[in-house]
Design a protein around this ligand. Structure first.
Ligand code: SAM
Length: 298
């Protein structure tokens, strides 16, 4: 049933940058290259046949469209920020999801994009420049050092946290490899296991920090890892804190069939994509605050 070489037969996805053009006009231009259809669940995501190479297409150079996979495009869409909101992208470079947030917010509101590494800040700046996204401020620094109670974050209503991860979801392994034992990882290699544990410790800290921002109502946590240690286990370990702050897990893309590994009650609200079936292996969790504490006005 599955092709042994997963790179074969996989569609190509591109996300239309609606700050610059509509999905319809992008489709019209791209139809000259190949067949184009709209994705069935992610708005403004277009699907082209496997093997279509758009790297040199003028729409890519002009920032009218961005080459972004389906799973990656589901992350900002799951956060669903409204135009006019203050939104924080905690680990932002190279900025694919930052500019997706800007498009979803129709260029209205304020986005703060935080990135730790200098050379990656430059990539973030370049992505933002190409997208034409307005009102975006870049913070070169450590997200963990951001003071959540600082007045400049007092209106932050949504946080996208896409931290450094093992990247194991962009390999070709299948998710169900993990299912029989629900293991904490399938590495034989001790160094690799240690690396995943270190990443998971950072991810847990970063997610706890994101939940601590006083006005935040929606937090999305995502990885491109297939490891339970970086995904369900991170979510499970912040659940007591989340619950004390009045957050609950919501269900992004409820019709999506692949959900979290059933390692705690409610894990079916989490979303997984399978690298063999869906091009990439991503994980998405969405926390929503039941009653925002400060009654944030629009
Ligand atoms: N969201 C990005 C996108 O879609 O283009 C990809 C983010 S990448 C998975 C994670 C990023 O977080 C890296 O650029 C990394 O340098 C940055 N990072 C790692 N630790 C950080 C920290 N403590 N504070 C801020 N950024 C951090």
């Amino acid at each position: 049933r599955h092709n042994q070489n997963p790179a074969v037969n996989k569609p190509r996805y591109i996300r239309v940058n609606t700050l610059k053009m509509s999905a319809e006009s992008a489709m019209q231009e791209l139809e000259a290259v190949n067949t184009v259809v709209k994705d069935d669940i992610v708005p403004d995501l277009l699907v082209l046949p496997s093997g279509t190479d758009l790297h040199d297409h003028p729409l890519v150079a002009s920032g009218g469209v961005f080459l972004q996979g389906k799973a990656s495009s589901m992350v900002a869409a799951a956060l669903c920020p409204k135009p006019g909101w203050d939104v924080l992208d905690a680990c932002a470079a190279p900025g694919n999801k930052t500019i997706h947030l800007a498009a979803l917010m129709e260029g209205k509101g304020n986005i703060i994009a935080c990135e730790l590494h200098k050379e990656r800040v430059m990539r973030l700046e370049d992505t933002i420049r190409r997208s034409g996204a307005p009102r975006l401020s870049i913070v070169h620094g450590d997200f963990l050092d951001m003071n959540a109670t600082d007045s400049k974050f007092s209106k932050v209503r949504a946080i996208l946290l896409d931290p450094s991860c093992s990247g194991s979801g962009i390999t070709t392994e299948r998710l169900d490899y993990l299912l029989p034992s629900y293991s904490t990882g399938h590495e034989n290699d001790a160094a690799n296991t240690q690396r995943v544990e270190k990443l998971a410790a950072f991810q847990t800290k970063a997610l706890s920090h994101a939940l601590s921002f006083p006005a935040v109502e929606r937090v999305v946590y995502s990885t491109c890892s297939i490891h339970r240690a970086e995904n369900e286990d991170v979510i499970k370990s912040v659940l007591p804190l989340a619950s004390s702050l009045n957050f609950e897990l919501a269900t992004p893309f409820p019709k999506w069939p692949r959900r979290g590994l059933p390692v705690f009650e409610g894990a079916e609200r989490l979303l997984r994509t399978d690298p063999a079936e869906d091009t990439e292996g991503f994980f998405i969790a969405l926390f929503v605050r039941k009653c925002p504490t400060n009654g944030n006005a629009e």
